[in-house]
Write a protein that binds this ligand. Sequence first.
Ligand SMILES: [Zn+2]
Length: 271
Amino acid sequence: MSYVLDHLQKNIWRGRFDSFPEDVAIHGISARLGGASTGKYDSLNLGLHVQDDADRVWENRRRFLAAIGLNAQQLVTPEQVHGIHVARVGKDESGRGAKEYGDCIPQTDALITNEPGLPLLLCFADCTPILFVDTEKRAVGIAHAGWKGTVGRIAQATVLRMEQEFDTDPTDLLVGIGPAIGPCCYEVGENVAAKFAAAFPGHEQEIIHEQDGKPHVDLWQANMQALLDAGVPRANIDRADTCTACQHKWYFSYRADGGRTGRLGAVIALR
Ligand SMILES: [Zn+2]
């Protein structure tokens, strides 16, 4: 199991989990290279809500989805409000939020579907992308876990919703935890550290580390714990273990880029 960064074409790169079967799902995590945006958004910004030029964002979305074999016109994307609501989407939602942020799925931070060919897109700059494939019931999902979503256990909520909607057995789920700000760079205040300690009792040692006297949180580990608690076997969880702040020449990073920046996209579609 590993996370691989492939060069597709014209400086468009695709991060992928090699544990995900290509015959069940198409997925990819974008790097920041090869896009049409400029300045702070240089260059493959996939986020429509960050004051970048909307036509350039659309061109970037079109380029990235075409490069991985998907149609950007059909993509579905949510508002992303650092909540824990999971929405099931299907044919009727095809294209929601593709070109206009105001048209996206409101108040939602995770999407699931069993509709073939429907691309689910979520956007990130340091928050954790979590991708799901149910190889048996043939369904996919994707979640956005910043610190609030991680503490709220959105990873676990997504598994539960897939169980309810698709009769998913967590032991059939393959899950990938994508690039996000790592424990090396994710310094938090004492109040945030306390919320992680309360949300993951018995796992404080693995999730919260002291560095130069300041608490640092491991979002990858916390989300993995939520998945284990949901019944996903450790062997089914792939991790990029890639820090977006350390690797900010490759990935957009809210912290390393000083706040105003673009968004990488994580996309998954059932084949
Ligand atoms: Zn780092």
